[in-house]
Design a protein around this ligand. Structure first.
Ligand SMILES: *[C@@H]1O[C@H](CO)[C@@H](O)[C@H](O)[C@H]1NC(C)=O
Ligand SMILES: *[C@@H]1O[C@H](CO)[C@@H](O)[C@H](O)[C@H]1NC(C)=O
Ligand SMILES: *[C@@H]1O[C@H](CO)[C@@H](O)[C@H](O)[C@H]1NC(C)=O
Ligand SMILES: *[C@@H]1O[C@H](CO)[C@@H](O)[C@H](O)[C@H]1NC(C)=O
Ligand SMILES: *[C@@H]1O[C@H](CO)[C@@H](O)[C@H](O)[C@H]1NC(C)=O
Ligand SMILES: *[C@@H]1O[C@H](CO)[C@@H](O)[C@H](O)[C@H]1NC(C)=O
Ligand SMILES: *[C@@H]1O[C@H](CO)[C@@H](O)[C@H](O)[C@H]1NC(C)=O
Ligand SMILES: *[C@@H]1O[C@H](CO)[C@@H](O)[C@H](O)[C@H]1NC(C)=O
Ligand SMILES: *[C@@H]1O[C@H](CO)[C@@H](O)[C@H](O)[C@H]1NC(C)=O
Length: 886
C-alpha cells in the first residue's frame, strides 16, 4: 500500500443510511447515569483524580525491571527522557509507531507495531485467526501458544511493542465493528484469554499492549474528524457513559486481568468516557488503572487520540502516538512542548521521570537489554526492498525490507486454532462427512478474492471468503487456503465428485447443481466488520444490520427449499439472524467458522470431516437484532457536541440480558445460547463437589506510597534545549528540542502559552508527596487478596458416546441480590481427548474477585451477604449440576 492510499482511506467521505433500533427494555430499570458538576451539568462527568501515581519499586514481578529502569533513566538528560515518550510522527520511521532514540546510550527508538492477530504490513508473516475465533476454542493451551507465536513473530521482525491483544471493544453491540479483534462479550472469558495471550507474547521478549482503555464499543463517532468525513457535523468525539459498577464488573474486568498478568503497555481510546477523552481521563488512567489496579507499565495514546499536552501528562498518559498533533502536522503536544513544560515548571520533573521509568521498566521486564534490540527488518509503508527509512520526509533511501520469513511452523497452530474455534450449531447426523458421493459447494464466501487475498488495502472489501476483519487489526495474508480448494482436495482424496459455484446470484446454475441427486450442498455466507476508517458497502466499520451479506439468507433459503441435505457454513464477525432457515429440516448442519486466518479451508475440513473437536459460541445467537436490547449509537444526539451513548443497560448485555428478559421457553429466547456448541460425542456431568478454602478476611489496603522519585536534574536555560547544529532536521519529524531559544512562547507556539499548572490543572496534579493508597489497590491488578482462591469446585465429566472427543464444561455463578444477572461465567476448561466411557475430573477455582461485587460506596470489592449458587454444565442454559456455595 502506498502512503497516499492510507491517507485517502482515512478521509473517505461516504454517507449511508442509518436507522434506530427500538429497545425493548422499558419494563426493567435503567441505570441512572447521574449527571454531575462538570462544565455542562447535563452531561455525564468524570471526576478528577490527581496526582498521577508513580511506579512502586516493590511491585511483585517488577522489582528487577524497576531497578534496571532506574539505573538507566537516572543517566538521561531531559530531551532524552522526552524522546522516550514522544513518537517521531506519522510515517517518520518504519513502524506504525516509533519513539525517539537515545544514541548516547545505544538505545534504538522503540518500534510499536499492529496488531492483535499478527504483524501488520509485513510480508512472509502469519495471518492468525481473529481473536473471536481463537476465543471460541475455549482452550487456554491454544491461547498461551498463540501469544508465544505472536510474540516471536514480532520479535523476529524487530518490534519492541506489539499493539495487541484487545479486550475493548468487549462486544456490547452485537454488530460493533471491531468486536472480532477481542475475544468475547463475556468479561470473564475475555479476561482469561487476554491474560494468556499477553503472558505468551511477553515470554518471547515483546511488550504486549492491552487495548483500548476504555469504552470504545463502536466505530461511528469514535473520532470527530472521521465522523465529519461521513457527514456528521460534530466537534467532539462521542462519549461513552457508564456507571462505576458496570465499569468494574464488565468493561474493565478483563483489563484488570491484563494488569494482573504483568502487561507492559496500555492503549487509551479514541472516544470519551463520561465526557473526558480516553487519553486525558484522569479517573480512568490515574484512578482506576494506575492507582486501583496498580499498573506499573506505560499508557500510550491511540493514533491521534491525544488532544492536549500538559493535561494529558497530568492525567496519566506516558507516551503519545504517533507523536504529531495530527498525522504529518510536524507539530506535537509533547516533544519540544513537553521539554519546555518541564523546564517552565508546569509538568513536575517526577512526572516525566515516571513516564520514562514506566516505558523502560516494561522494556526490561520482558527481558530486553539496551544495545541488543533485534533489527527492524521491514517497513510499514512499502513492500519495496529499497526506499526511504524516513517515509514522511522521503529521506535516507536504503534497504528497508529484508523480506525475512517469520512464519516458523505457526501454520499448524493456525489450522488447529481455526478448527477448534469452529462451532457446530446444528447437526442432524450429516457431520462428520464420510466420503460423500457428491459435494456441491455454493457461495462466494467459499472462494478466493478476485484481486488476490490482499487485494484490498487493510482487507477493506467484501470479495471472496472472509478470513479476517478490516482495519489496523488486519495483516497481509502469506496465502489463504479457501474452503473451495481445501474441500476439493479432501473430496478428490475420498473419490467424491466435487463441483463449486463461487457466486451468490447465478441462481439458474446453482439450482441445477444442488437439485441433482445425492448432492451434499455446502452453502457459504458471510458478514464482515472492521475499523471505522474504511467503509465496506455502507458499513463504516460497524455492521449496519445483523443479516448476512450478499443475499446470504436468500441463498440458504433457496437452496434448502430444493436440497434435502444443506450444510450451512457462516463466516461472520458475531451473531447474524438465522431465524428464517435454521430449523428447516433440509438444513442438516450449521457451522460458525468465525474468521479463521490463512488456513481457513483446512481448519474447516478438519471439522467437516471430524478430524478435530469443535468449539463453543462466545456470544448469544438471538432471533433478531432488536432482541439484544442494545445497539450502537447511530445518530448524533447532542447537536454539534459529543454524541452521548448512555450504557443504561448496565451489566445486562448478551446472555446477561437474554437470561433476565427472555428465559427458556419465552418467545425471544435465544436460538443458540452463549457457551453452546455440538460435538462428536455426548457427555454427562456428575459429582459436583465444593470445597471452601481457608483464607484470611479481606483487608482494604491502607498506608501511603513513597514520595515521587526524581531521577537527575536539568537546566532551566532554554538555550540548552535548542535544536543541535549537528543534527539534520527531517521534514515533519518530531524532536525533543526547541526550534528557538528566544522565548518559551515562541518555541511552543501554544495559543494559551503562559498558563501555570495552578491555573489550568486540577488541584493536586503536581503534588509528588506520598499519597494514601486506594482501599482496593495493590500492584498487579489491585488488592492481592482479590486473587485468593476461595472455593475449589470439582465435577466429573464422562464421555457417554462412542468416539473420543473434547468436552468444555462451564461453571456459572449467581451473586444473589437485587439487580444482579441470573448467572455469570466463572470457570471453564477444555478437557481434551476423552475416550468413550472415560471419566475425568475437572477442577475449577473461584477467586475472591469472582464471587465479589463492586461496591460504589466503599469503592471496593465486597462479597455480598446473599446466597450464591453455582452451576456446572455444557452451556449457559444447559446446566446439569448446581450447588449453593457454603
Ligand atoms: C453542583 O455544585 C453546586 C455549587 O457548588 C452545588 O450546590 C450542587 O449541589 C452541585 N450539584 C451536584 C449534582 O453535585
Ligand atoms: C461516570 O459517571 C458515572 C455516574 O454517572 C460514575 O458512576 C462513574 O464512576 C463515572 N466513571 C468515570 C470513569 O468517570
Ligand atoms: C531523539 O530521537 C531522534 C530520532 O531517533 C534522534 O535523532 C535524536 O538524536 C534523539 N535525541 C536525543 C536527545 O537523544
Ligand atoms: C457545522 O456546525 C457548525 C456549528 O453549528 C456550523 O457553524 C457549521 O456551519 C456546520 N458545518 C456544516 C458543514 O454543516
Ligand atoms: C505545542 O502544543 C500546542 C498545543 O498545546 C500546539 O498548538 C503547538 O503547535 C505545539 N508546538 C509545537 C512546536 O509543536
Ligand atoms: C510551559 O510550557 C508549556 C508547553 O509549551 C505550555 O503549555 C505552558 O503554558 C507553559 N507554562 C508557563 C507557565 O509558561
Ligand atoms: C443417490 O440418488 C439416487 C437417486 O435419487 C438414490 O436412488 C440413491 O439412494 C442415492 N444414493 C445415496 C448414497 O444417497
Ligand atoms: C445488511 O447489510 C449488508 C451489508 O451491507 C447488505 O448486503 C444487506 O442488504 C443489508 N440487509 C438489510 C436487510 O438491509
Ligand atoms: C426439502 O427439500 C425437498 C427436496 O428434496 C423439498 O421438496 C422440500 O420442500 C424441502 N423442504 C423444506 C421445508 O424446504
Amino acid at each position: 500500500m502506498t502512503p497516499l492510499t492510507i491517507i485517502l482511506l482515512l478521509t473517505a467521505v461516504i454517507t449511508c443510511q442509518a436507522f434506530n433500533l427500538k429497545t425493548t427494555r422499558a419494563d426493567f430499570p435503567k441505570i441512572n447515569l447521574q449527571r454531575h458538576n462538570g462544565t455542562d451539568p447535563n452531561l455525564a462527568y468524570s471526576p478528577p483524580v490527581y496526582p498521577s501515581p508513580w511506579m512502586d519499586p516493590e511491585a511483585n514481578g517488577w522489582q528487577e525491571a524497576y531497578a534496571k529502569a532506574r539505573d538507566f533513566v537516572s543517566q538521561l538528560t531531559l530531551p532524552e527522557k522526552v524522546n522516550l515518550t514522544t513518537g517521531v510522527g506519522w510515517m517518520g520511521e518504519r513502524c506504525v509507531g516509533n519513539v525517539g532514540s537515545i544514541p548516547r546510550m545505544g538505545l534504538r527508538g522503540l518500534c510499536m507495531q499492529d496488531g492483535p492477530l499478527g504483524i501488520r504490513f509485513k510480508d512472509y508473516a502469519t495471518a492468525f485467526p481473529v481473536g473471536m475465533t481463537a476465543a471460541a476454542s475455549w482452550s487456554r493451551n491454544l491461547w498461551r501458544d498463540r501469544g508465544k507465536r505472536l510474540g516471536r513473530t514480532h520479535y523476529q521482525s524487530g518490534v519492541d511493542v506489539q499493539l495487541g491483544p484487545a479486550a475493548g471493544p468487549l462486544g456490547r453491540n452485537p454488530t460493533g465493528g471491531r468486536n472480532w479483534e477481542g475475544f468475547s462479550v463475556d468479561p470473564y472469558l475475555s479476561g482469561i484469554a487476554f491474560a494468556d495471550v499477553i503472558t505468551g507474547i511477553q515470554s518471547e521478549g515483546v511488550v504486549a499492549t492491552a487495548k483500548h482503555w476504555l469504552g470504545n464499543e463502536q466505530e461511528r463517532f469514535r473520532q470527530a474528524g472521521e465522523a465529519r468525513g461521513y457527514g456528521f457535523n460534530i466537534s467532539e468525539s462521542m462519549s461513552t457513559n457508564m456507571d462505576d459498577k458496570t465499569l468494574h464488573e464488565v468493561y474493565a474486568w478483563p483489563f484488570q486481568d491484563a494488569v494482573h498478568a504483568g502487561v507492559g503497555a496500555f492503549m487509551c481510546s479514541y472516544q470519551q468516557l463520561n465526557n473526558s477523552y480516553g487519553c486525558q481521563n484522569s479517573k480512568l488512567m490515574n484512578g482506576i488503572l494506575k492507582d486501583e489496579y496498580g499498573f506499573q507499565g506505560f499508557v500510550m495514546s491511540d493514533w491521534q487520540a491525544q488532544h492536549a499536552g500538559v493535561s494529558t501528562a497530568a492525567a496519566g498518559l506516558d507516551m503519545t502516538m504517533p507523536g504529531d498533533t495530527t498525522f504529518n502536522s510536524g507539530l506535537s503536544f509533547w516533544g519540544g512542548n513537553l521539554t519546555l513544560a518541564v523546564v517552565n515548571g508546569t509538568v513536575p520533573e517526577w512526572r516525566i521521570d515516571d513516564m520514562a521509568m514506566r516505558i523502560m521498566a516494561a522494556f526490561f521486564k520482558v527481558g530486553r537489554t539496551v544495545g541488543n534490540q533485534p533489527e527492524i527488518n521491514f517497513s510499514s509503508w512499502t513492500q519495496d526492498t529499497f526506499g526511504p527509512a524516513n517515509m514522511a520526509a522521503g529521506e535516507n533511501i536504503e534497504q528497508i525490507n529484508y523480506h525475512v520469513d517469520v512464519r516458523e511452523d505457526h501454520a499448524y497452530h493456525v489450522r488447529e486454532s481455526g478448527a477448534k474455534g469452529t462451532v457446530i450449531l446444528k447437526n442432524n447426523g450429516v457431520l462428520p462427512l464420510k466420503k460423500p458421493k457428491f459435494i456441491a459447494v455454493v457461495g462466494e464466501d467459499a472462494g478466493p478474492n478476485s484481486h488476490g487475498p490482499n487485494g484490498c488495502s487493510d482487507r477493506g472489501c467484501a470479495d471472496g471468503t472472509l478470513a479476517m476483519g478490516w482495519g489496523s487489526g488486519s495483516v497481509e495474508f502469506p496465502y489463504l487456503v479457501t474452503p473451495d480448494s481445501a474441500i476439493q482436495a479432501q473430496a478428490l482424496q475420498d473419490g467424491s465428485r466435487y463441483e463449486s459455484i463461487l457466486d451468490n446470484y447465478d441462481w439458474e446454475k446453482i439450482s441445477q447443481l444442488v437439485a441433482r441427486p445425492n448432492a451434499t450442498a455446502i452453502v457459504f455466507a458471510y458478514a464482515g466488520a472492521g475499523e471505522g476508517y474504511i467503509n465496506v458497502e455502507g458499513n463504516e466499520g460497524d455492521r449496519q444490520n445483523m443479516t448476512l451479506w450478499r443475499s446470504g439468507n436468500e441463498l440458504i433459503k433457496n437452496i434448502s427449499a430444493i436440497n434435502p441435505n444443506t450444510v450451512v457454513v457462516l463466516h461472520t464477525m458475531g451473531p447474524v439472524e438465522v431465524d428464517e432457515w435454521y430449523d428447516n429440516p433440509n438444513v442438516t448442519a450449521i457451522l460458525w467458522a468465525g474468521a479463521p486466518g490463512q488456513e481457513s479451508g483446512n481448519s474447516l475440513v478438519d471439522i467437516l470431516y471430524g478430524k478435530q473437536s469443535p468449539g463453543r459460541t462466545v456470544f448469544t445467537w438471538g432471533r433478531a437484532h432488536e432482541d439484544y436490547g442494545v445497539d450502537w449509537l447511530r445518530e448524533a444526539n447532542n447537536g454539534n457536541g459529543a454524541p452521548q451513548d448512555d450504557f443504561e443497560e448496565g451489566a445486562f448485555i448478551d446472555y446477561r440480558h437474554f437470561d433476565r428478559d427472555y428465559p427458556p421457553g419465552s418467545e425471544k429466547a435465544p436460538i443458540y445460547e452463549f457457551g453452546y456448541g455440538l460435538s462428536w460425542s455426548t457427555f454427562d456431568f456428575s459429582n459436583l463437589q465444593v470445597e471452601k478454602r481457608n483464607v484470611q478476611p479481606y483487608k482494604p489496603t491502607t498506608g501511603q506510597t513513597i514520595a515521587a522519585p526524581v531521577l537527575g536534574n536539568f537546566s532551566t536555560d532554554l538555550a540548552d534545549y535548542t535544536f543541535p547544529s549537528d543534527v539534520r532536521y527531517l521534514y515533519q519529524f518530531i524532536y525533543p528540542w526547541l526550534n528557538t531559544s528566544s522565548s518559551g512562547e515562541e518555541a511552543s507556539a501554544d495559543p494559551h502559552y503562559g498558563q501555570t499548572a495552578e491555573e489550568f490543572l486540577p488541584p493536586g496534579a503536581t503534588d509528588g508527596s506520598p499519597q494514601l493508597r486506594h482501599p482496593a489497590s495493590g500492584p498487579n491488578g489491585g488488592n492481592s487478596q482479590l486473587w485468593d482462591i476461595v472455593y475449589t469446585i470439582t465435577a466429573t465429566v464422562t464421555n457417554t458416546g462412542s468416539v473420543m472427543d473434547d468436552a468444555i464444561p462451564q461453571l456459572y455463578l449467581s451473586h444473589g441480590g437485587e439487580g444482579e444477572p441470573v448467572r455469570v461465567l466463572r470457570g471453564f476448561e477444555r478437557v481434551e481427548r476423552i475416550n468413550p466411557g472415560e471419566s475425568r475430573t475437572v477442577r475449577m477455582e473461584l477467586t475472591r474477585r469472582d464471587i465479589s461485587n463492586w461496591d460504589t460506596v466503599s469503592q471496593n470489592w465486597v462479597v455480598t451477604p446473599f446466597e450464591k449458587t453455582i452451576w456446572v454444565g455444557s452451556s449457559s442454559r444447559n446446566l446439569a449440576l448446581s450447588s449453593v456455595l457454603p
